[in-house]
Design a protein around this ligand. Sequence first.
Ligand SMILES: C[S@@+](CC[C@H](N)C(=O)[O-])C[C@H]1O[C@@H](n2cnc3c(N)ncnc32)[C@H](O)[C@@H]1O
Length: 216
Amino acid sequence: MKPRGYVPDQVDLDYIESLSPPAAAALLAIEAAAEPLDVPIVDRASGRVLSILASGRRRIVEVGTAYGYSTLWMALGQPPEGRITTIDPDTARTDLARGWWRQAGIADERITVVSRPALSAFADREPVLDGPFDLAFIDALKFEYADYLTALRPRLAPGALVVADNVLWGGAAARPGSRDRDTQALRDFSAAALADPAFSATILPVGDGLLLAALR
Ligand SMILES: C[S@@+](CC[C@H](N)C(=O)[O-])C[C@H]1O[C@@H](n2cnc3c(N)ncnc32)[C@H](O)[C@@H]1O
C-alpha cells in the first residue's frame, strides 16, 4: 500500500538527483564560487524547477541576481529568443555572473542587468522594466517581497507566473516563535499571495520554499 502523506528524505532527494541530467558546467562553476563566500543562490532542485517554468516564457524579470545562478537556469530553459531582465545593485556579483552566462553560451543580448535597487528602478520606470513579462522571479530583500509584487503586477502579461524563493525561510515561517522582520514579511507575503483572487497560487516545498502564483 502506498504511504499517505509521505515526506521525502535525503534518500529520495539523492534518487531524484541521480535521475537528473548533469547540470551545465557553468552552473557547477557558480555553485563552486558561491559556496565558500556564502553567496546565497537557489538550490539545484529549485533551479531545475525554474528552468522548466521558464520554458515557453519569452520575457522574464528577476529581482535579485547575485552570481546569476537562477538567471542561468531560467535562460537555459527559455526558448533561444527568450530575454531576461535581472535586477541587482551589486555589480561585483553581476559582472562575474556575465562571465558564467557567456561560458554557458548565452548571448549577451539575452540578459539585461539593471544595477540598482529594484524598488527605485521600478519607481523610476526604467524602460527595460516596462514588460509585459511572462514570468517574474523574486529573490532579493525578504522584507520587500510584497512591494516587488505590487510593482510587478501592472508589468505582467496575461497568464504570467510569479515565483518567489525562500518563503519557508529555513522553517522559520511556519513556526510562530520566529518574529523577526524578514520572517514576518515572508509570512505576510505568502498569505496575501495565496489569498489573492487575481492569482492561483501555492507553495512548493522545494529548496527553501518556492511560491508559485499564476495570474488568472
Ligand atoms: C538571494 S541573492 C539572489 C540569488 C539568485 N537569485 C540566485 O539564486 O542565483 C539576493 C540578491 O539580491 C540583491 N539585492 C539586495 N538588495 C536588492 C535590491 N534592493 N534590489 C534588487 N536586488 C537586491 C543582493 O545583492 C543579492 O545578490
